[in-house]
Design a protein around this ligand. Sequence first.
Ligand SMILES: [Fe+2]
Ligand SMILES: [Fe+2]
Length: 280
Amino acid sequence: MQTAIDQIDDRIYRISTFVPDAAPGGFTFNQFLIDAEEPLLYHTGMRGLFPAVRAAIEQVLPVARLRWIAFAHLEADECGAMNEFLEAAPHAQVAHGELGCVVSLNDQCARPPRPLSDGEVLDIGGASLARRMTEITTPHVPHNWESHMFFEQDSGTLFCGDLLSQVGNGPAVTGDDLLDEAIAAEELFHQTSLGPAVPATYRRLAGLGPRRLAIMHGSSYDGDCPALLRAMADVYEQRFGCGGQNTAAQPLPGQDAAAQPLPGHAGAAGSGPGSAGESR
Ligand SMILES: [Fe+2]
Ligand SMILES: [Fe+2]
């Protein structure tokens, strides 16, 4: 195994470990480090990867400076080393959607997590470089009730976890169309909870207008991100039998399907069902 680190945007780094026997053709496990005034690590990797991920972070900043630990959902590759990082970074706190905190993280974290509501902004930037992480709840997409993502507004980066996973060991960032590779990985792993909310959630994410997709397994994507997300939504409808155009994204407890648009994204949301603000 080898762990690489690449800068994919101004002070945003992709840490990637290629595990040859994790899948036919091998599989990468990626973390993302945002070197902001309050540095944030998105995904910790499994506990077994902790020494390698820690060493990669140390190439950019002392791991003790980490302020935020975040991840898409509770699985070992996303957050297995959560408490190891909390111990190594005494000022760090886990940030996750409210549901994940209530269901699991209030119990599982060595220190209390910071709960975020859908659309809430976690401002981690400094004077010279604004970095603002918008909380996007994505229950059951691609899997797990507590699933969520971050959209960093200034770089246009959507930290989309397991979405659009690919096998193999491609470049850190690609502009190549990932649709066929993502379909192949879905057919190999069957990782997505194929419920009716999947296409609507993909379209809601497309409505944010991301300019880059920071993908957990495989290359990150610099290209027409909304088009790729909408194409994958169509694939889930037409090939995998998920819900139709009028199915709303999965609501959270206490929310109805007519929730308010995300702050700052009403204009970018588009007008179709499942666009931002209409789909929960
Ligand atoms: Fe996962
Ligand atoms: Fe994953």
